[in-house]
Design a protein around this ligand. Structure first.
Ligand SMILES: [Zn+2]
Length: 139
């Protein structure tokens, strides 16, 4: 899992949306904080779960539950280890896990990255011969 892959997953997984899907309604508490009910004691009255809007870090003032970002929230609320939580979020966001495992820049090499040897015929063969190794008469 690359850092870029994690960042793509997180940008496709807003923590407020994930919380809402789990019955945790987050309300604004100032410009940088959201507040809602902690998943550990959902029945309790009061709002003790503070979530930083930008970083997604969260902390419960009552039970001390804490963590960071959408993956951490899913790990807590769905009782999953890290990788299954990542898989769940990738499935939710419709992201291809294979694509997350490599650097996005490596998915489609820029034209300048195509090696020289791939553009020129092997030594000893004319371009004409190389063009017809496919066997197609119309090639
Ligand atoms: Zn709590």
């Amino acid at each position: 899992m690359t850092r870029a892959g994690i960042e793509r997953l997180l940008s496709a997984s807003p923590i407020a949306e994930l919380a809402a899907e789990r019955g945790i309604e987050l309300r604004p508490l100032g410009p940088e904080l959201l507040v809602g009910r902690c998943p550990r004691h959902a029945g309790a009255v009061g709002r003790s779960l503070l979530v930083e809007r930008v970083s997604g870090r969260f902390r419960c003032l009552v039970c001390g539950l804490r963590g960071g970002n959408a993956i951490g929230l899913v790990m807590h609320t769905d009782a999953l280890p890290f990788l299954p939580a990542v898989l769940k979020l990738a499935g939710r966001a419709g992201l291809d896990l294979d694509a997350l495992l490599v650097e996005p820049a490596r998915l489609e090499p820029a034209p300048s990255e195509v090696p020289e040897w791939a553009l020129t015929p092997p030594v000893g063969l004319s371009a004409d011969v190389v063009a017809h190794v496919c066997g197609e008469a119309s090639c």
